[in-house]
Design a protein around this ligand. Structure first.
Ligand SMILES: [Mg+2]
Length: 244
């Protein structure tokens, strides 16, 4: 565990004081994951998917709501949460063909619900402004595609809050490959010890960021379960201000 992790553990899990506590680590940049760290991705996905299913039922699809919702979510896990063919595959699975009237109904209502539900977690915008006012660079590193990331940021009203946005297609690989983090270090021109990575995923955010020597912190508010590893956690995003 590096210095800031010990410091954060001291702040958030009192009693783990050690020598590092005497010096507050100097953080000059924060790298943020986007989905389930800044934006309530699962929350919007659930609301938008329910709206899409309801629209298909209204347009004539005969299926039990609970069953339909379960099939749709299992398809996200099978084909990816970013897949563009979920409704097509869903209709093929439950009716044996694609009825474009049903698919159009699903797409329209999905988009409407998404645009209403895609909001930042509480305190995100004001905290980002405070961080940048302190001179801290704030960047996003996301596994999403560049256009999708910007569409989400604009929908959530966060389009002006970041110095840099790095996505998997820009970097030529996902976070697990380390490529987006390499790009981030190059753009920031800082030492890894001056950078703090905040994300909701242990495997996609915390572990690869630690390989680069970044300080790390897990966004507990974006998770359902406690992390298996020893990592400082934020119960709300604004807690980040306690150590910068
Ligand atoms: Mg995430």
């Amino acid at each position: 565990m590096n210095c800031i992790n010990k410091y954060l553990n001291y702040i958030f899990n009192k009693g783990k004081q050690d020598i590092c506590m005497k010096q507050k680590p100097k953080i000059k940049a924060i790298i943020l994951d986007m989905d389930n760290t800044l934006l309530d991705f699962f929350g919007y996905k659930m609301k938008a998917t329910k709206a899409a299913l309801k629209a298909m039922q209204k347009a004539g699809l005969k299926i039990d709501s609970k069953k339909g919702y379960g099939i749709l979510f299992s398809m996200y896990y099978k084909y990816g949460f970013e897949s563009r063919q979920i409704f097509q595959k869903f209709l093929e699975e439950v009716t044996g063909k694609v009825d474009y009237r049903l698919m159009a109904a699903a797409m329209i209502e999905y988009r409407k619900a998404r645009d209403l539900a895609l909001t930042p977690y509480p305190g995100i915008k004001s905290t980002l402004k405070k961080l940048r006012k302190k001179g801290i660079k704030v960047i996003i590193v996301s596994d999403a595609l560049n256009l999708k990331a910007w569409l989400r940021l604009y929908t959530a009203g966060l389009e002006n809050e970041f110095d840099v946005v790095i996505t998997s297609d820009m970097a030529g690989g996902f976070k697990s490959s380390g490529k987006p983090f390499k790009m981030a270090v190059k753009k920031l021109k800082l030492k890894p010890s001056e950078i703090l990575m905040v994300g909701d995923s242990q495997s996609r955010d915390i572990i690869p960021a630690r390989k680069f020597g970044f300080n790390t912190c897990i966004a507990m508010y974006g998770r359902k379960h406690k992390p298996e590893m020893d990592v400082p956690s934020l119960s709300k995003f604004s807690d980040i201000l306690k150590f910068v």
